[in-house]
Design a protein around this ligand. Sequence first.
Ligand code: FAD
Length: 462
Amino acid sequence: MKPLYNLKANTAMSKLADVLVIGSGSAGAVAAISAAQSKYKVMLIERLGFAGGTSTQMLDTFYGFFTPGENARKIVGGIPDWVVNRLNKSGEVFLRPNTYGAGTGVNYNPERLKSVWDEMFMAHGVEVIYHSTLVGIEPYGEQQKCLFFHKGIGIFEVIAKRVIDATGDADYCHWKGHAYEKAGEKEAAQSLTTTFRMANVDLDKFEKAGGKKMLKEQMQVAVESGRHPLPRKEGSAHEMNVFGCVSTVAVKVAGHDPLDPQSMSSAEIEGRRQAFVFEAFFRDMVAGYENAKIIGLSTQIGVRETRRVYGKYRLSMDDFNQRRQFEDQILICGAPVEDHRSTPDGGAETYWKYVPDYGVYGVPYGCIVPEKSEMDWVVGRCFSATHQAHASCRSMAQTMSMGQAAGQAAVLSLDQDTDAWGINKADLSNRLLKLGAVLEMPQERAQMERNSWSKNKLSNES
Ligand SMILES: Cc1cc2nc3c(=O)[nH]c(=O)nc-3n(C[C@H](O)[C@H](O)[C@H](O)COP(=O)(O)OP(=O)(O)OC[C@H]3O[C@@H](n4cnc5c(N)ncnc54)[C@H](O)[C@@H]3O)c2cc1C
């Protein structure tokens, strides 16, 4: 019988790229758009049929644009602004003021965001290939051969001069042999969460009945009385961009390995089961939710960390605590440590720790360059950081900023005919500043009212 696939690469389908970005989450999508601000051919390959990764698979709020605290500052700019500006044009952005927690969030319609990513790839000349998964690599002189699987054609290869690993799971770095720490290896890994969205919520009634405070009290009653077997006593539900709909981060699935198919399968099953336990609780015990129903579960269970690659620099809690700044910093971060610990008994809820005085620390270039890199970068939630520093710096505004920097660095390394670490770091800073990146704490206070995104200092798409 003829096998369905020839597992050797189909060379008739070979492709060439100057810069290959693997994975189109918030980090990879921005990396590709950033690299495309050049004369080079940029290719972006994604395992699913749409871009955005976590930003569109399960979430609806960008955190990290603003520092928390009373005197919020806007600390991210450049291409991440272009993304929100486009969303804002469709009237589907509002600021969700939150002085503490992770600070004010930028709420968007995730379905619209899928389309915005597509529009931006087309506008900036990024060649995007969906439904294709990186499954291995092979040496190819000074370039890199990457092997992808598509169910229609089997294996195809892409030969690239520069590669940016934005898979979230550091799949490329794994195949390349770059060193990494697996989540859970040294410290408890963050738990997994299936997010779910509910329709038919009477938000006025909910607010009048006590809002968030009432929700938290009801969760405690539900757990302590045994009326609803919720996995935890905390969890959030917030208003979406669609009238009468809410999005939640409540499910908690601990102790599973995102790199093991059997373990991930039971995590998916458990995540969905818990979502409907929450649905029953909301309908029964939370004012305003009497007629609510789940209308969507995240495309897959949300994974906060998988592999964290060892880079030329490893971001640590010392950098966070000292609010350290670096000459070659590529972004700044003011987000708190938000560690959704993995204890299965729900005893330890999310652990929060704030940057002293609601300040910011810098993230140096070495955090996105693997230790032994020649032509590779690693961005997004697999960047180089300790578990706790990662728990602060993984918000989407920061992961987009890492992508912005890696895209520019890849272009510089081609222009300067040098490797990832050999580029002129001052040139990188200048390019980032020209795009609108924010590399030091601004003086002016940010505008935080619900509809005030465009009143802030923004980078406009050129
Ligand atoms: C439950 C949960 C709630 C969170 N809440 C918030 C929040 O409210 N706000 C916030 O700012 N941040 C939040 N975060 C953190 C933030 O969303 C992530 O850290 C960030 O989105 C990660 O972006 P990324 O681009 O690094 O990775 P991902 O978003 O994981 O994207 C990786 C992409 O690579 C693709 N891919 C993976 N492997 C391959 C392969 N082998 N070949 C091809 N493609 C591949 C994936 O399909 C995906 O599209 C949350 C995270 C989770 C899990």
